[in-house]
Design a protein around this ligand. Structure first.
Ligand code: PHE
Length: 337
């Protein structure tokens, strides 16, 4: 048995084979174990002699297996090191770096511009109450102007906000009618629109609000003029057209000139040479009053613009859906811009 076992151990070429050999000799049903089991049948004189031999054999086999085990383990480790070795002289693969989304960049650019003029940046909830989205903005229930913004209602009292204007009312309430402030609020808004090149059921807006004693329409025009020139270039002009929003009086829409001249000549956008970029107006006295401001002491202006529209104009994007498709071929173009 010993000879047979030692020969087999010597020949074993991997750890699995060695384990099998161990079992076949020393295991429960192994041949040496069988011999030891058969000891009971021997005479009392034979027993110690056979026992001693059997123990010597077991020791010899065990030692041989252990030695071989170490050898095989080292060989396996060596092979693993070989196969997993890294060639440090190979050139590295470039890591692909992402960049901010065009819309994020435009929103941050607008934020920076207004922060520079003393505005704080605020946020409000996207799931809004009927009260803040409409009522506090002078749009009572059943007011026909609610039709201007088709809404996604969640319950009778909750909806996805249709504009960022509710943050006007929320901010005024926080300041408790006691002091003036300037804020802008970027965020997502939702409308029941059919998506096409110029409409999306969700898009972003940036609201602006300045409340203080003695805020005038000319202040609004001045701020918007600075905004348009900084955003689109010093050669741009703005014009305010009369409009209607229930929460501002008077209300205006602002156009910027889209005739742009450079060294090579002038290019004019389609139609009139003007393009609408935002709605604005003087905060309606009812809105001030509902939010706790005395309209005889305080006045304010508000505006709301669409960053998608501004990005489309500034960067020549012709389909609003590009902002939401996450097509890296589109997004990558603006990583450097
Ligand atoms: N909330 C208006 C809209 O979504 C825009 C607006 C904001 C108009 C503030 C006037 C003042 O169309």
């Amino acid at each position: 048995i010993q000879e047979e076992a030692l020969a087999k151990v010597e020949e074993a070429s991997d750890l699995k084979e060695l384990q099998a050999i161990k079992v076949s000799f020393l295991g429960k049903k192994g041949s040496l174990t069988q011999v030891l089991r058969g000891m009971g049948k021997l005479s009392p004189e034979e027993r110690p002699v056979v026992g001693e031999i059997a123990n010597q054999v077991r020791e010899a086999i065990t030692n041989a297996i252990e030695t071989k085990n170490t050898v095989l383990e080292n060989a396996a480790l060596e092979e693993k090191l070989q196969s997993e070795s890294i060639d440090v002289t190979l050139p590295g693969r470039p890591v692909k770096v992402g960049g901010p989304h065009l819309l994020t960049k435009v929103i941050e650019e607008i934020e920076d511009l207004f922060i520079g003029m003393g505005y704080e940046v605020r946020e409000g909830p996207e799931v809004e109450t009927d009260y803040f989205n409409f009522e506090a903005l002078n749009l009572p229930k059943d007011h026909p102007a609610r039709d201007m913004q088709d809404s996604f209602y969640i319950t009778n009292e909750l909806l996805l906000r249709t504009h960022t204007s509710p943050v006007q009312a929320r901010t005024m309430q926080e300041y408790k009618g006691e002091k003036g402030f300037k804020m802008i609020c970027p965020g997502r808004v939702y409308r029941r629109d059919t998506d096409d090149a110029t409409h999306s059921h969700q898009f972003t807006q940036i609201e602006g609000l300045y409340v203080d004693k003695d805020v005038k329409m000319s202040d609004l025009k001045g701020v918007l003029n600075v905004f348009a020139k900084k955003m689109f270039g010093e050669d741009r002009k703005i014009r305010l057209r009369p409009s209607f929003f229930p929460f501002t009086e008077p209300s205006v829409e602002m156009d910027i000139s889209c005739k742009v001249c450079d060294g090579k000549g002038c290019s004019v956008c389609k139609g009139t040479g003007w393009i609408e970029i935002l709605g604005a107006g003087m905060v309606h006295p009812n809105v001030l009053e509902m939010a706790g401001y005395d309209p005889n002491v305080y006045s304010g202006f508000a505006f709301g613009m669409g960053p998608e529209r501004i990005a489309m104009l500034k960067y020549g994007v012709n389909d609003i859906r590009q902002f939401y498709l996450n097509d890296s071929r589109f997004l990558k173009q603006f990583h450097q811009a």
